[in-house]
Design a protein around this ligand. Structure first.
Ligand code: PGA
Length: 264
């Protein structure tokens, strides 16, 4: 795993935008439409602002990009202002030149949920798989809505949210009782099939989950630790989120060596 520790949340967002732009360029070099896996939540908002800015500056286009979001709540219509359909439209899609028909968020409203989850997997593989999957991390170590105990072999499916996740997300709702109790989420095996993975974490409340993800044992007890099984993962964090890592010095040495080798 590559672990990049940066001094500010803005630096995390800029670094993440560089990674997304790089993945888009690399896909185009192989004459293949780029496919991004996208996340919601507070953490990637800075990344999306940065991508919008680069689009406005004329240095990044999404005209041929396909996207797949990780998850969607069950029980909220797509036009609900806390649905992830709405979040993606407002935070990114309506500000850039991505084609709406090329964007996918799991369907959870007025549909057969298991069939919808299965169809999502098919749609990802028909698109040729995901080039770069962006992830946040829950304070309980979830990725997507793969909560504690999620099988490391899980595929897109219906998942019950933990009390911790519902309480973390209650800040966006009038009360915790309004936070949905379930979601459709890509599975851990689905996420691990992406060709590269970029996990963003900022703030001291993520420090424990980040330490477990990078340095803990691989375990469904901390689903993000499954990323250790993937050969191309970058974890980008600010200093508070890195504060419980044991091997910070090594990660920083590695970044210096990487920069040196790239400059020769
Ligand atoms: P957050 O959520 O970015 O709002 O902290 C992350 C997550 O739950 O994956």
């Amino acid at each position: 795993m590559r672990v990049v520790i940066l001094d500010s949340t803005e630096a995390v967002s800029r670094f993440a935008a560089d990674q997304v732009a790089g993945a888009i360029d690399r896909a185009r070099e192989t004459r293949k439409p780029p496919v991004l896996g996208l996340a919601t939540g507070g953490t990637p908002l800075g990344l999306y602002n940065e991508l919008v800015q680069r689009y406005r500056d004329g240095i990044l286009s999404f005209a041929d990009v396909f996207s797949f979001n990780l998850d969607e709540y069950v029980g909220l219509p797509p036009e609900h202002d806390q649905s992830y359909h709405y979040y993606m439209k407002e935070s990114l899609f309506r500000h850039i030149d991505i084609r709406t028909e090329n964007t996918s968020v799991p369907q959870t409203w007025n549909c057969d949920l298991p069939a919808s989850a299965k169809a999502y997997e098919t749609k990802i593989s028909h698109a040729g798989g995901i080039d770069l999957q962006v992830l946040g991390i829950g304070t309980d170590g979830h990725i997507g809505f793969n909560e504690v105990g999620s099988s490391l072999a899980s595929r897109t499916r219906l998942k019950t949210l933990t009390r911790q996740t519902r309480s973390d997300n209650a800040r966006y709702f009038a009360s915790i009782d309004e936070v949905p109790i379930a979601a459709i989420t890509m599975g851990i095996a689905t996420i691990l099939e992406a060709r590269s993975i970029l996990l963003l974490a900022t703030g001291a409340n993520k420090a424990k989950a980040v330490a477990g993800c990078v340095e803990g044992a691989v375990s469904s007890g901390l689903p993000a630790s499954a990323l250790q099984l993937h050969p191309n993962v970058t974890i980008v964090v600010d200093r508070p989120a890195a504060s419980l890592l044991q091997h910070t010095e090594y990660y920083e040495d590695s970044e210096r060596v990487r920069a040196k080798l790239q400059s020769v």
